[in-house]
Design a protein around this ligand. Sequence first.
Ligand code: ZN
Length: 135
Amino acid sequence: MVKRIEHLGIAVDNIETSLKVYESLLGTSCYKEEMVESEGVRTAFLRVGESKIELLEATNEDSAIAKFLTKNKGGFHHVAFEVDDLEAELQRLSGEGFVLIHETPKDGADNKRIAFLHPKSTKGMLVELCQEKIS
Ligand code: ZN
């Protein structure tokens, strides 16, 4: 079951300068910064009510964010939906014909297990599914 919009991912060229903009826009401070080495990204999170904004900066040229920024100036990159059972949702969506970028969940930022759906099966939108890690 899809529960809510967990966060919106925004690609930026520089986390520090972008955080200043988003902190004053939202009137709140970043509550977590985290590197995700496997994705080549540095992330920073801000709360917006029950949802979050995730700023993403590339840490190397092979990062999906680096590639995104060569085609776009930055901005809206992906929407993340929180689900209650990630494996079950991936199986359901695969059965519905959605194209999975990750067949099995992987570790993401902010204590989540994540998997992405390919934009070619979602009318052009990069979709992340995430579930809180049970610790
Ligand atoms: Zn995300």
